[in-house]
Design a protein around this ligand. Structure first.
Ligand SMILES: NC(=O)c1ccc[n+]([C@@H]2O[C@H](COP(=O)([O-])OP(=O)(O)OC[C@H]3O[C@@H](n4cnc5c(N)ncnc54)[C@H](OP(=O)(O)O)[C@@H]3O)[C@@H](O)[C@H]2O)c1
Length: 273
């Protein structure tokens, strides 16, 4: 893989103070990309900036909420102010939820869509004209939950499916400007301490660690797959064995996938802890 293409490229990664976003920022920084970090918690963001600075000093932190229009705009404005261009936008921010539809506080849908859908739209709109100049990349971080609706995660699945439509529209609209649009279907991945999910009543709940759990990917392997997606300018990247099987079966035999899920409800409940 020709990783040299990242030298001096400017990459914005939303939600990059921890987890997968941080792993992507570190991977791109080691390949020479200039990094624009983002998150809402300033302290955590500055800790991550310190880590990037052990690689190089071409990094800035933009503390803002991308689920607000002003946050998306600020992120892009600060990147341009610091580095004069944008080559890569990774829309990584995303939050999960738990609970069957019947039990959900309807606000849960709003919280999830604000973060997972609008939180990608708000940085993307102001970034597009800069990405046209650089013939750059927009990458959306989706989930296996974006391939088919799964139990107890309806709002999350719906939000990740919406990213597919958004990505497809932008690919066509921006084809003449040679903007690459990538969509990554990520499987169950290790999480950092303190990662929250939204409970059915709308409150935040901290997730259990997944370290050592069977079938859990490393954040670094996800980051490498994102880099590969950009280098090859591929549209869809599906991660994990389970993801590849699901992506093959779902469009052809949706009834079979449904039957498999119904037979494995216990496993789903375990994974949703
Ligand atoms: N982990 C998995 O198993 C898994 C599987 C499939 C897909 N994914 C997807 O991968 C992406 C990253 O997941 P993750 O597990 O790494 O999440 P995470 O550990 O919860 O990290 C989320 C990051 O986003 C920031 N953030 C959250 N909301 C934000 C907002 N509105 N504006 C700005 N920053 C915000 C957080 O910092 P602050 O809280 O300080 O803002 C943090 O840096 C998500 O899109 C997720 O859906 C994850």
């Amino acid at each position: 893989m020709n990783a040299k293409i990242f030298k001096g490229k400017v990459a914005i990664i939303t939600g990059s103070s921890r987890g997968i976003g941080k792993a992507i920022a570190l991977e791109l920084a080691t390949k020479g990309a200039f990094i624009v970090l983002n998150g809402r918690n300033r302290e955590r963001l500055l800790e991550t900036e310190k880590e990037i600075r052990t690689i190089h000093n071409n990094v800035i932190s933009v503390c803002c909420d991308v689920s607000e229009i002003s946050g998306g705009q600020l992120l892009v404005d600060e990147a341009i102010k610091a580095f004069k261009k944008i080559d890569i936008l990774i829309n990584n921010v995303g939050v999960s939820m738990r609970g069957n539809v019947a039990d959900l506080n309807p606000e849960v849908f709003k919280t999830i869509f604000d973060s997972n859908v609008l939180g990608t739209v708000y940085p993307t709109i102001p970034a597009i004209r800069h990405l046209r100049d650089s013939h750059g990349s927009i990458v959306f971080i989706s989930s296996l939950a974006g391939i088919r609706g799964l139990p107890s995660t309806s709002a999350y699945c719906a939000s990740k499916m919406a990213l597919r439509a958004l990505a497809e529209s932008i690919r066509i609209e921006e084809a003449k400007y040679k903007i690459h649009v990538g969509l990554i279907y990520v499987g169950i991945t290790e999480i950092d301490e303190g990662k929250e999910t939204i409970a059915s009543d709308g409150s935040q709940k901290v997730l259990e660690s997944r370290r050592g759990r069977k079938g859990v990917q490393s954040k670094e392997s996800v980051a490498r797959a994102v880099v590969k997606n950009i280098v090859t300018r591929k549209f869809i990247t599906v991660l994990s064995f389970l993801g590849k099987v699901n992506a093959f079966l779902q469009p052809r035999f949706p009834w079979l996938v449904e039957r498999i899920i119904l037979r494995n409800m216990k496993k789903f409940e375990e994974n949703n802890k």
